[in-house]
Design a protein around this ligand. Structure first.
Ligand code: EPZ
Length: 431
């Protein structure tokens, strides 16, 4: 098992470049299967979840060629619609293969998705959407089995706003016969990105980014070359790392509009945020203030930034309150922050954060992807050494996390837990 060791107390300074959006890439890679022609996808992040999905594509017969670290060519001439990859059960994005395969082949057998343990994560809205397109869907032996004689356009009103269900039904409907209308859709930037990609392949999708998406099914999709949007959550994580350490960091290759909810909260607590065309500069030069936040669907404050925000507020002045309204189990990391001296009380889906003067280093365990990143931020703020265990969660969604942080001055490195010599050397070097 690998772990990060961090010596805290260093102000982050400099420039960091953001990679492509993981959650857009998951949908786009699945969509690439929907044509037999070659698709080239640029700005793919080199992270665990993406690589697992690419392996699954290879296993069902697609040709996947990595041109370079961030460019992949896919030819989706698959041999089976049964995805049997064991790793698929551990990730969330696997569910996009249901929509993509059902749309292209009228059949899909895909393991039930796993993903970060941040609360109950049902998929009944996805299933409702597929059924509205005429598919039969059942779940047996841990697999989702979906099939149809022929998919036909339908009218779907989602009961809850779901990113995954919106993308999944959009994928299937792109090749269904006739018109599909999806109402009460999620509006996240990655939904627009997947729709834009499908349109670049010849699909006819309108309204992505609003709460009604209209799709006119086409007979066939064709090859395309497409570049994925920057990852708003990776960008937000670096913004908060800069703010929490009292730093001054320019975060490059971002779309500032996608970061507005985060920017607004940072400005409110006293951080200076400067927007440029494709960059934001975060400068924090005084002790920050408190705030109240409720996580919401886009354009509200993203649940995927909640742990990083809670952590940053742990050392701000006064009492802050964060309400998590999307996932019910997303405060598990708070116990770990408490080990570092934070004063946070969780009541139901609300965290009451009483700002402390300082955090102190400890050995903590990353419970999931974003909480793991949050604990790294805590380690950079804390006095002394912090060990963050279970780096594999963080690597599901952050490319070269420790290297990027080193690039802006953090004292952090990654070690195998058995590498006593390396760990000892690092600790001695940092003093
Ligand atoms: C996506 O998860 C992201 N994952 C998550 O990213 C992100 O936290 C989440 O959207 C919210 O933005 C991927 O894109 C792979 P939802 P998803 O369906 O699609 C409930 C990260 O850290 N719901 O929008 O699973 C659900 O339980 C992560 O990168 C149903 O009840 O999220 C939740 O309460 C983790 N029934 C809410 O809706 C359904 O059929 C929103 O979930 C579907 C969802």
């Amino acid at each position: 098992m690998e772990q990060y060791i961090i010596k805290g107390g260093k102000r982050l300074e400099g420039e960091v470049v953001i990679n492509g959006a993981k959650n857009a890439a998951l949908g786009i890679i699945a969509a690439a299967l929907m044509t037999d022609e070659q698709v080239t996808i640029e700005n793919i992040p080199d992270v665990l979840d993406i690589n697992v999905l690419l392996d699954a594509l290879t296993e069902i017969g697609a040709i996947v060629e990595r041109k370079d670290r961030h460019t992949v060519k896919i030819v989706g001439r698959i041999q089976t619609t049964k995805v049997d990859n064991e790793s698929m059960r551990k990730m969330r994005g696997s569910y996009y293969l249901i929509g993509a395969l059902l749309g292209k082949c009228n059949n899909a057998q895909v393991p039930l998705p796993g993903g970060c343990n941040i609360g109950s994560r049902p998929i009944e809205q996805h299933i409702k959407g597929f059924k509205a397109l005429g598919a039969d869907v059942d779940i047996s032996f841990g697999m989702v089995n979906a099939s149809a004689e022929k998919l036909k356009g339908g009218h779907i009103f989602f009961d809850i706003v779901s990113v995954g269900a919106t993308i999944n039904v959009m994928l299937a409907a792109a090749l269904a016969e006739g018109q599909t209308i999806i109402e009460n859709c999620a509006k996240e930037p990655h939904i627009v990105d997947v729709a834009n990609f499908l349109n670049s392949m010849g699909a006819n999708i309108k309204g992505a980014g609003t709460d009604v998406i209209r799709i006119k099914g086409v007979q066939k999709l064709h090859g395309s070359t497409y570049s994925i949007i920057p990852d708003q959550i990776e960008a937000g994580t670096f913004m908060l790392a800069a703010a929490a350490t009292g730093g001054n960091v320019t975060i490059k290759n971002v779309i500032p509009k996608h970061l507005e909810a985060i920017t607004a909260k940072l400005v409110e607590i006293g951080v200076e945020v400067t927007e440029e065309d494709d960059a934001v500069r975060v400068n924090a030069h005084k002790r920050l203030g408190n705030t109240q936040i409720k996580t919401l669907v886009y354009p509200g404050f993203p649940t995927d930034m909640q742990p990083q925000m809670t952590t940053s507020l742990a050392t701000c002045e006064g009492t802050s309150i964060i309400t998590e309204s999307i996932f019910e189990n997303r405060f598990k990391y708070v116990d770990e922050l408490t080990k570092m001296g934070a004063n946070i009380k969780v009541e139901g889906n609300t965290a009451i954060i009483n700002g402390v003067e300082k955090l102190t280093g400890a050995t903590v365990c990353a419970p999931d992807l974003r909480a793991g990143a949050a604990l790294v931020i805590a380690g950079m703020v804390a006095e002394g050494f912090t060990v963050v265990e279970h780096v594999e969660y963080i690597e599901r969604g952050y490319e070269s996390f420790e290297k990027k942080l080193q690039g802006i001055g953090a004292i952090i490195d990654k070690f195998d837990e058995s590498d006593n010599r390396g760990i000892q050397k690092f600790r001695l070097k940092c003093g």
